[in-house]
Design a protein around this ligand. Sequence first.
Ligand SMILES: *Cc1c(COP(=O)(O)O)cnc(C)c1O
Length: 471
Amino acid sequence: MNSKRNKGLEKIDKKYLWHPFTQMREWHKESPLIIERGDGNYLIDTNGKRYLDGVSSLWVNVHGHRKREIDNAIKAQIDKISHSTLLGLGNIPSIELAEELVKIAPKGLTKVFYSDNGSTAVEIALKMAYQYWEQQSEFRGLPPQALSGGQKSEVKKTKFISFTGAYHGDTFGSMSVGEIDVFVEKYKPLLFATYKADYPYCYRCPIDKAYPSCKIACIKKFEDILKKHHKEIAACIIEPIVQGAAGMIVAPHGFLKKVRGLCTRYNILLIADEVATGFGRTGKLFACEHENVMPDFLCLAKGITGGYLPLAATLTTTKIYRVFLGEYTEMKQFFHGHTYTGNPLGCAAAIANLQIFKNEKTLQKLQPKIKLLSKLLAGFKDLPHVGDVRQKGLIAGIELVKNKKTKEPYQLEQRVGHKVYRETRKYGLIIRPLGNVIVIMPPLSITIAEIKNTMNIIYGCIKSVTGNEGN
Ligand SMILES: *Cc1c(COP(=O)(O)O)cnc(C)c1O
């Protein structure tokens, strides 16, 4: 115990730090938990108290903290070099990782463009898709002057289509294709317009018919937009199988495949944002694999380094890549690059992360954990304020509602999710809710016993918090 040091740190934190997505006034009302160390699936605070990392440190951790192989890979890389640029130079870990990513990604994705977070991985895919179509007519052999001035008469593919509830990051491009009102409302005047199709959020489906009618309605709306506007749409961006920030919305089986099919039919590129779902989260290495879907772009970040370092990658096809080839003076290159692109430490961590998947048969070992989680989640459905329970792989969301019959949600100011989070902390579990959805997103390395313990704690905390909230 060193509460004096803790108080000192808290004071400095409150004096100088501005926390992300945080109402700082609320932050100042509470005593923050300050993490000092990690150990496997646990976080350890400055008082030495251990907490199970129930959200994988914001959906990034894969094999636990202080994983020996990743620690060692980073240390070994530090002894060689920590950073050099990919602008005009190559570096060994970025080369080796690119080869590995192409090997494991859905077939056909053959080119790797690095960046350092999920938002930029998405920006890159959007810019590439846009530029791909912009340079298409040249590619088809039209004279260059057809591309400039008044002759650009044909409808150009400059628009995007995305889904209701989508979250793709916090930069302007990624906000433009996102659609969570509280996140983007303030910035709306600055965002580019995007077509919006319905993501199948069956629990709150306005048609109020469970799958499959709801799936058909969403697909029909999607197709209607494409039918009407496909000539101006460059790409569709989707969080395959699971929408994360929307509250762990799991799409019914077949939805993604239908979206892929329609994109192909209407000549629209498909961007799969697997920033959250990638690297085993859904039970397969990539969510697209559940429906055998090959996107034109695959955005990866969060779990790519096992949750160690900021690294991201946007993968695409040879077909896209070739449209960026030309004489130097044609200026067809992709005009994008971040200073830390292809950082050797991040890439070394990512290589080690992927190696562990093989060595430890991570995906195989995950299957019984996923089954157990389903079984335990089923027990939550009877709780009087649990409206919906959703799961895919080691991602789960428990939606709390004020009134189970009418599906009336809790008021924002009741902060029910936050209260559950505060309660679980007492029992040594860290979660982070999304509004009134309790999120369970532990490291893939979580054990059977830890899953049971986690779900027990959450059950008890939901019961006590919602019991006190009344109807
Ligand atoms: C987290 C997330 C992002 C943004 O990633 P950052 O690294 O936070 O920029 C983008 N897309 C999805 C689906 C995400 O979950």
